[in-house]
Design a protein around this ligand. Structure first.
Ligand code: GDP
Length: 216
């Protein structure tokens, strides 16, 4: 069944938005380094290795964008990109390393909590979830931070190509169910694959609906 949210014009709006140039703006290790903006902003959050860089690259059609902004030892920074002067994309540091030192987890939580609470242009956080694993305890901790800051968020499954359709449906259903009980969560969960392109046009359309309208 066709999702009414994604009619042809919505898909086209997403394609046009992501055909614009996407430029790295800054990597910020503290909220006071985050540049002010009048544009709407969307953030990408997820466990390390969830496929966040791959998804940002698949959306923007660039193979090096998210990775080049990521230098070793500087994992705890928020990376900002300007998409065609219409939308800011913010790449949040990954979380959930099993062996991460306590101080690192604390620093991550403080940085991200400050960002969620203090970033007025933030319209939505995309919470990336590996379709093979579903929501983990660390995702729930991040969801609690967003609920507490009243930041709207939407779950996006990654690596959909890695699971059978039945497992994907089950993961989607569990996520939808779980998110229905969360005050700040968007009810719609998208399944994507950076490898096959599944869901990428739909995610672009979702983001285009939140972006500054195109100049006429
Ligand atoms: P990040 O740490 O969240 O930025 O994750 P990466 O984008 O670096 O991806 C982590 C690993 O998952 C890499 O080996 C990617 O090649 C792989 N990966 C990412 N997205 C997909 C996908 O959609 N399908 C498959 N099969 N593998 C993916």
């Amino acid at each position: 069944m066709t999702d009414p949210e994604f009619d042809d014009s919505a898909i086209e709006a997403g394609r046009l938005l992501f055909a614009q140039t996407c430029d790295f703006v800054i990597g910020a290790a503290a909220l006071d380094q985050v540049p002010p903006t009048d544009l709407p902003e969307i953030a990408f959050a997820g466990r390390s290795n969830v496929g966040k860089s791959s998804l940002v690259n698949a959306l923007t059609g660039r193979t090096t964008l998210a990775r080049t902004s990521r230098s070793p030892g500087r994992t705890q920074q928020l990376n900002f990109f300007d998409l065609g002067g219409r939308l800011i994309l913010a790449d949040l540091p990954g979380y959930g390393f099993a062996r991460a030192p306590k101080e690192q987890v604390k620093a991550w939580t403080e940085l991200v909590r400050a960002y969620f609470r203090g970033r007025a242009p933030l319209r939505r956080v995309l919470l990336l979830v590996d379709a093979r694993h579903g929501l983990k305890a660390s995702d729930r901790e991040t969801m609690a931070l967003m609920d507490e800051a009243a930041v709207s968020y939407q779950a996006v499954l990654t690596k959909a190509d890695k699971v059978k359709p039945s497992a994907l449906d089950a993961c989607l259903a569990t996520c939808v169910d779980d998110l229905a009980r969360r005050p700040a969560a968007h009810p719609h969960v998208l399944a994507t694959s950076s490898r096959t392109g599944t869901g990428i046009a739909e995610l672009r359309a979702t983001l285009a609906a939140l972006a500054e309208p195109a100049a006429r």
